[in-house]
Structures are given as structure tokens and as C-alpha cells.
Design a protein around this ligand. Sequence first.
Ligand code: IDP
Ligand code: MG
Length: 150
Amino acid sequence: MERTLVIIKPDGVQRGLIGPLVTRLERRGLRIVALKMMHIGEALARQHYAVHEGKPFYEPLVEYISSGPVVLMVIEGDGVVHMVRQTVGATDPAKAAPGTIRGDFGLSIGRNLIHASDAPETGKQEVALFFEDDELLSYQRDNDRWIFEQ
Ligand code: IDP
Ligand code: MG
């Protein structure tokens, strides 16, 4: 089953947007199988964003993501990586479409509120970086037949 890692970044938490941002994902019908808060330390931040090492925004990015508590979520389901990226919107909130999280809540690329894995393989790696297997819950939802045609 495909999984994606979502992080409500420190600006989302500081701005009191945990509820509204979770709601955006939840109301679409996406299934959350893990959710927790933590303060990401510098070493973990560097690891999570290792792919961007050497880019001009890497150091500020590490500082940003480790600057305060975040909310981490795992979402599971067929095609969730793409669907969550759609709902999150383009990296730069100034360019993100209205109706997306970044397009509706943000203005600048260095404070874009939320992270979502960019491919199924990345999702697998990122989930493993932040969650133990036994933190991922397996459960049925009674309303799935009203979200998915069966
Ligand atoms: P993504 O979060 O949409 O996948 P990435 O290109 O993977 O975007 O970049 C990771 C994060 O780095 C972005 O979400 C944003 O917080 C930050 N970032 C990316 N490009 C820039 C930039 O040009 N200036 C400042 N921060 C940036
Ligand atoms: Mg990315």
C-alpha cells in the first residue's frame, strides 16, 4: 500500500493552522494512519532534506524545519503521493493555485507550511525516517464505500 509523509512545518504550527491543514487532507477522504508532534533536531532535518544539500536554500531550510514543533502524518492509500501533492500545491505559495494548501495559506517559498513526499519510493524512505512500523495503524473506515466506488 502506498504511503506518503506529510509534515505541517513550524510556521503552520505557530500560525495555529494545524486544524485547518489537517482538515484539508481529511475532508478529501485521505486516510491518516499515523499522526504525532515532534521538534525535529538539526541532524534529522539534514537527513530529511539531504537531497537539497549544497543548494543555496539548504541551510535556511534546515534551520526553518528545525525551528519549532511540527506535526507529522502518514497517509496511506492507492495513489496518495500524487493526490496529497495536488492538495498541497506548488512549492512556491506565490505560484501555487488557489484551492491548494500553499496557494490558500502562504505567500513565500521559505514559509510554505507543509511538506509531502514526492514519489512512492521517497514516501517509503521518509515514513521510515520518522516513524517506527508499530506507529502505523491498520484499520478499516466504515465510510470508505461513500468515498470510493466499490
Ligand atoms: P517541495 O517541498 O515542494 O517538495 P522542494 O523543491 O523539495 O519542494 O524543496 C524543499 C523545501 O525547500 C521547500 O518546501 C521549501 O520549504 C524549500 N525551498 C525550496 N526552494 C526554495 C527556494 O528557492 N528558496 C527558499 N526555500 C526553498
Ligand atoms: Mg521535495
